[in-house]
Design a protein around this ligand. Structure first.
Ligand code: NAD
Length: 496
């Protein structure tokens, strides 16, 4: 074991006590590579105090200066993105090219946030009544919290903090304890960019730290991303404590393949979106809904592609890395077993893969089920691993009904060459992000990211203009400058 990761508070790395801590693994070797310190409620309080002071000054810093700092951060992130990607791979396990991809998507939000002067422009109405003007402004919340999951240790925090900082807030980020190092490197980049101490802080920890953040009156909002039960808990507890909450939860993303689709394109998409990042993506495709008679044909094409996929150490140029922990790997393998017991047809079994990597890595190869039905646990539950289920349906209508009845509504995709069918799908489907011949429809940074139903608690999505709205509060000013002709008593509303 080599590294010991502690918190980053008010511009300094904390002298960790490690009284309570978590183990960090390299999922490709199974080895423990370090320890991460867990924050106590007292440390959360100390951090909020420092961040509150920093937020007061930062919120009053000119837009010009804030944008210069954001630009500097963007440049440093871009220059060091390979280094950051390598850190992600070492703790998460995803292949290097995929880690670089997540950094790039985060970078796009930083670029979006550089346009904050335009995004913060309010409205102005001259002469709403005689001599009276009305205008609107948006101001920062103060100290805001971000609690993020293991699967995107750089991108998910970056959905939020560039916008939070650009709008004048101070941030406390609590990353996943499974892969905490990316957040520390990002903190270093902010420091290099000249962000004042206390505006960006990183607290590591588990439920103890999260609960302290949820209850602390100095933290004005929480942006959470993680599994649905925890997202619901965060939403309910945070709102009870008077906070603004956006809590993005789990997913089960369906891909509907119509008989007129280009089946080669659809098979490529199913394999890329089903097994990329070992299925540990909230936008992964985990269910392929085949409108008959396409099922047999597309399953053959998917099988042909799966045979060519390599599983192994993410630094060795393989297609798919390990799962994040042994516990998670075993949980996913348990679902494969359950699928067999429940009567689904196991077409490709990934439980004993040939691997380009160490024997003790957390390996599970790409797995494919056919004849999956809506009552099976491999259909109802989010598995979050490289397991793709095919459900056969007779019609477009049956496919849409199936998708709409699922509790999750994060992403979905339709594969078809029929523009009318695609247009009908985008209107009828009860899901927040929709792809048309695009399997992972993650919105560009200037749109907003978020699902429906049990995939999101709260009503504001991440980044884009909804992000700007989330991290600011509105004020409307009604003003009149003294005009001697306008005096006199009038107890009613002005009429003209
Ligand atoms: P998780 O819910 O276990 O953890 C998320 C965060 O919550 C972590 O920071 C963790 O420390 C904290 N946490 C865990 N247990 C807690 C508890 N009992 N009380 C308080 N806090 C707790 O999620 P994960 O396993 O890290 O990430 C995978 C999940 O995240 C999947 O369900 C995936 O779909 C979801 N996810 C969703 C999106 C989205 O945009 N909707 C994006 C990425 C990941």
């Amino acid at each position: 074991m080599s590294k010991k990761i502690s918190h980053y508070i008010n511009g300094k790395i904390h002298d960790g006590s490690f009284d309570r801590s978590g183990e960090i693994f390299n999922p490709a070797t199974g080895e423990i590579t370090g320890l991460v310190d867990f924050a106590t409620p007292a440390l959360v309080d100390e951090t909020v105090k420092a961040a509150t002071i920093a937020a007061q000054a930062w919120g009053k810093t000119s837009l010009t200066k804030r944008v210069q700092t954001l630009f500097a951060f963007r440049e440093i992130l871009n220059a060091r993105k390979e280094e950051l990607a390598a850190v992600i791979t070492s703790e998460h396990g995803k292949v290097l090219s995929d880690a670089l991809g997540e950094v790039t998507r985060g970078l796009e939000v930083a670029e979006f946030a550089c346009g904050i002067p335009h995004l913060l422009k309010g409205g102005y109405s001259e002469g709403v009544s005689t001599g009276i003007d009305v205008y609107s402004i948006r101001q920062p919340l103060g100290v805001v919290g971000i609690i993020s999951p293991f699967n995107f240790p750089a991108m998910v925090p970056m959905w939020f903090f560039p916008v939070a900082i650009a709008t004048g807030n101070a941030v406390i980020l609590k990353p996943s304890e499974k892969d905490p190092s990316a957040a520390m490197m990002i903190a270093q980049m902010w420091e290099q960019a000249g962000l004042p101490a206390g505006v960006f802080n990183v607290l590591h920890g588990d439920k103890v730290a999260v609960d302290a953040m949820l209850q602390h009156p100095g933290i004005k909002s929480i942006s959470f991303v993680g599994s649905t039960p925890i997202a619901q808990y965060i939403y309910e507890t945070g709102t009870k404590h008077g906070k603004r909450i956006q809590a993005l939860g789990g997913a089960k993303n369906h891909m509907l393949v119509l008989p007129d689709a280009d089946l080669d394109l659809a098979a490529d998409a199913a394999v890329n979106a089903g097994f990329g990042s070992a299925g540990e993506r909230c936008m992964a495709i985990s269910v392929l809904v085949a409108v008959e008679p396409v099922a047999d044909k597309i399953i053959e094409k998917i099988k042909d592609r799966m045979i060519k996929l390599s599983t192994g150490d993410g630094t060795k140029g393989t297609d798919m890395g390990p799962l994040v922990t042994r516990v998670h790997r075993d949980k996913v393998a348990g679902y494969v077993e359950a699928g067999v017991k429940e009567g689904a047809t196991l077409v490709v079994d990934g439980r004993n893969p040939t691997v380009n990597g160490a024997a003790n890595g957390f390996w599970l190869g790409p797995t494919l089920f056919d004849n999956v039905t809506a009552n099976m646990s491999i259909y109802t539950d989010e598995i979050f691993g490289p397991v793709l289920s095919v459900v056969r349906v007779k019609s477009y209508e049956e496919g849409v009904k199936l998708i709409n009845e699922h509790i999750y509504g994060n992403g979905t995709a339709i594969f078809t060459n029929d523009g009318g069918a695609a247009r009908r799908f985008q209107n009828e489907i009860q899901v927040g992000m929709i792809g048309i011949n695009v399997p992972i429809p993650v919105p560009a940074a200037y749109y907003s990211f978020g699902g429906w139903k049990s995939s999101l608690f709260g009503d504001t999505h991440a980044h884009g203009t909804e992000g700007v709205h989330f991290f600011t509060r509105g004020k409307v000013v009604t003003s009149r400058w003294l005009d001697p002709s306008h005096g006199g008593i009038n107890l009613g509303f002005p009429q003209n």
